[in-house]
Design a binder for this molecule. Structure first.
Ligand SMILES: *Cc1c(COP(=O)(O)O)cnc(C)c1O
Length: 349
């Protein structure tokens, strides 16, 4: 840290991204990326387009917005686009956090980072003992509420009918539903945006759309909330979605079937992996995401993480006391998961 850094940033506790190893070849099951490539439409859309980088990109993302609008049947004014969904969450905390924020104690690690960045009064709400969220804990809190659904790293999902009373009982604050993993078997709250002007549904191309490296997130909400987010964007970085990403994102929306088929395959592989781990005595939470959260009473979470790494398989381990016995395992291709299971067997032997 230099002596020039503003005091308010010196105390930050930045997010730690999952490892992105260089060199050694790992079976990489630690950051919930898709094991499948972007669709042919995406590859065609950006091929030979390097020349387009000379000009600034379209700050309104008109074509991309139209493609998303058409795919989801939501009008363009209700859609916001950004440099990954982290970029959207960043603005949501900045814009809507003045009454404080509440989110689950075990959830996506970035929420607490943003809360601290903007010095927002924070309520971290414990999960139930089965790691599920109790919706009634969030009724009438009168502050910004942020819930990942399905939740991370548990993978457990709430239904929209369980979430609706949270939105209804906090009419003067924004409820953010972070749907990074909704395409893997969860149910979206998107239909509720016409009914509630305080709902923001956040999505990403990083997981189900095989574009983590392109950095593209999108959000649905009332026209007024979207214009608030635009106001922050035009006060920081109007060109937050680059030209190649806009082209790729537009093409991906038109190849919906390809991505939904991939999601189906990932769900099948998730069920296979869950069954195999259970046969080995693991406890596996019921996941609606492209990862599973599992523990064994035969080996500690950290020891398993380290032993897997030693043998060339990367998973994600968290230090937090309540979940330190667990590992979060991204669902890769079927071959990756077969290799993962046989490595676990070797380690337990
Ligand atoms: C991966 C993830 C994100 C971030 O996605 P990006 O679009 O890559 O920034 C947001 N929320 C949750 C819960 C995630 O797991």
């Amino acid at each position: 840290m230099s002596r020039f850094l503003s005091d308010k940033y010196a105390a930050l506790d930045p997010y730690t991204p999952g490892e992105q190893p260089r060199g050694k070849k790992f079976i990489k099951l630690n950051t919930n990326e898709s094991p499948y490539p972007p669709s042919n439409g995406v590859i065609d859309a950006i091929e030979g387009k390097a020349e387009s980088l000379r000009l600034y990109c379209d700050p309104t993302c008109t074509e991309l917005r139209a493609a998303i609008s058409e795919n989801y049947g939501v009008s363009a004014e209700n859609i916001y686009l950004a440099n990954g969904s982290d970029d959207i969450l960043n603005f949501a905390f900045a814009a809507f956090g003045q009454n404080g924020v509440a989110y689950p104690e075990i959830s996506y690690g970035f929420y607490s980072v943003f809360a601290k960045l903007y010095d927002i009064k924070t309520t971290e709400i414990p999960l139930k003992t089965d790691f599920s969220i109790d919706p009634s804990d969030y009724f009438g809190l009168d502050r910004l509420i942020v819930i990942a659904n399905p939740n991370a790293p548990t993978g457990i999902a709430l239904s929209p009918s369980e979430i609706e009373p949270i939105i209804k009982s906090n009419p003067d604050n924004i409820v953010v539903i972070d749907e990074a993993y909704v395409d893997f078997g969860g149910e979206s709250c998107l239909p509720l945006i016409v009914k509630y002007d305080n709902l923001l549904v956040v999505r990403t191309y990083s997981k189900s759309r095989s574009m983590a490296g392109a950095r593209l997130g999108y959000a649905f909400g009332s026209e007024a909330i979207i214009s608030d987010l635009e106001r922050l964007k035009y006060s920081t970085n109007p060109y937050n979605v680059n030209t190649l990403t806009q082209l790729a994102g537009t093409a991906a929306m038109k190849d919906e079937k390809y991505y939904l088929d991939n999601c189906k395959r990932i769900i099948e592989t998730r069920e296979y992996t869950t069954d195999e781990l259970k046969k080995l005595g693991f406890e596996v939470l019921e996941s609606k995401a492209n990862f599973i959260f599992a523990k064994s009473d035969r080996i500690s979470g950290e020891d398993l993480y380290l032993a897997l790494k030693e043998k060339g398989v990367l998973v994600r381990h968290f230090g937090k006391a309540e979940i330190t016995q667990y590992n979060r395992i991204s669902i890769g291709a079927r071959e990756d998961m077969e290799a993962f299971i046989s490595t676990v067997k070797e380690i337990l032997k």
